[in-house]
Design a protein around this ligand. Sequence first.
Ligand code: S6P
Ligand code: ZN
Length: 194
Amino acid sequence: MRDNKNFKPFTYKVDIKNEEISNPDNHIIRKLSSMKGQYMDEKAYEEMIKKEDCILYEVYEKFAPEVEGELLQGMSIVHPGKVGNEYFMTKGHFHQILDTAEFYYCVKGHGYMMMENPEGDWAAEELLPNTVLYVPGRWAHRSINIKSDEDLVTIFAYPANAGHDYATIETKGFRKLVIEENGKPEIIDNPKWK
Ligand code: S6P
Ligand code: ZN
């Protein structure tokens, strides 16, 4: 939808227990195979994918016209698990229109949002139920689930015309990674960061 002249107000229900929103317009399922080269331990990745191309995360979207001023919304669900000692996470992206922000509201689980901007700053904010996270424009963002037995579930909203730049992160990676060390999450430098 490129025009919002006939777009009407709407409501939808958020079902936290079943991790669903009512009448989603889209359901994205991202599997291990879509994350090639993104995890630090490539051997662990290859061994895991040989066994099963498992689901890492899912997104339910509510569309809005892709014009300035509208908001695209949805629910993001990162499943628990690790590749080697690195937690399951989203691909992560900059918005194509770099100066566009995003709102996140965590409803379930425990994790981090890893963020960085082209100016060289990075930030990792903890996500727990009822935490609201504001990702300012210019900041790439990736959700990371640090629980071993529960999904990380967030509600998000961002400008519907923002678009996604996945290529920058696919090539460079994030500066920092979140891994498990002695049973606890640790933020480390990404040895492959370019
Ligand atoms: C979109 C927003 C989220 C993510 C989702 C999956 O701008 O940040 O809907 O799309 O969490 O992450 P990714 O990096 O695969 O799009
Ligand atoms: Zn985003």
